[in-house]
Design a protein around this ligand. Sequence first.
Ligand SMILES: [Zn+2]
Length: 436
Amino acid sequence: MERLMIEGGTVVPMTGQSDVYPNGVVLVDAGRIVYAGPREGAPDLPGARRIDASGKIVMPGIVNTHCHAAMTLLRGYADDMRLMEWLQTRIWPAEARMTPDDVYWGTALAAYEMLSGGITTFLDMYFPADPVARAIQDTGIRGIVARGIIGVGGPSAALSRLDESREAFHRWNGKAGGRITFMVGPHAPYTCPPDTLLACAELADELGVGIHIHLSETREEVEEARRQWGKTPIRHVYDLGLMKGRHVVAAHCVHADDDDIAILAETGTGVCHCPVSNLKLASGRTPVAKMRRRGVAVGFGTDGASSENTLHILGSEMRIGAIQAKELEGDPAVFTAWDAVTMATIEAARVLGMEAEIGSLEPGKKADIILIDTERPHLTPNHDVFSLIAYSALPSDVVMTIVDGRIVYENGRLTTMDGREIMARVREAAARLVRS
Ligand SMILES: [Zn+2]
């Protein structure tokens, strides 16, 4: 692994709102950050490759807390429909035709797209786990694999999905230099009866990993939960004991009420906020500023490309999420540009339980770094770097993406795989999947 000296850029380490270093330096050795700060005081790093970052923002890689990566295969296939009808009549039938190879190429395309927009880590819920892990390995991104578990099809079907999760964990966890890790992924309380949820919790304990689940995404889901269990999905999962002593990462929580928010805060459950998917599916507006005021860690997530329809946080989730948070409370001051950039980096890392390793540029952390070119009309002038990142920057402004100290994307090109081949394979597979 080579040594890097990234110099001359505006270094934004995300260690504090006043920590901004124009003409700063970031040093990388053996995949880890050695230094991030002002030029004065930067130690020597003999033999380092020098990267000229003048005119660029140098910041931590963006963390995507919720994704269904291989759904890139279905991008644009069935838009403008209601969630349940969309899932039942279009998405699930197409997914049933997907081969492991399709999932590999769909995930590789997602990783390519995410790296091109500055995302260096993502939490994925999809199936099967094997090709997802292989695509993470080959593209150079960092990924957490949560094999999606549903409880339909009888107990033995759920058991075989749990077995597959366990086998994939033992085959892949910690591989690719530690870039591949795992969670257990019960899809949602409405697709997992209590016995499946409890079996997932047991597996999470056995493997020593967290749980990733969808909770309270739509009003209908909450109403159905009240009919079936007499409580909200979040209260239901809490009462089952899923959140006790376990790290839970909950996607959406759009319709979390005050009691739900208290549960999320008390249990340290991290929330994945996917505003574009939620607004596009008209699922509702998440009380994100309120959750954060009450101590819940919230990170941005893209959800799948078949609802987002991009896998970008910069220029997409961050911008629209900030606008939604302001609009919901009728107050532009409740959610700031700094809040948005925090939720895309260090707070998102906290949601995933990875804040000791990623999410900020600090000595000892993994060298996941992006460079944003500000020599663009929409990024001129620079009165406030957080405003630029949260409200003006576009994914295409990212000119370099580094994961584990390795340059995996540079000037429009994926360095780890042939990007054109990935797109060609996905086009082929996509055409086959929607042919009924
Ligand atoms: Zn989702």
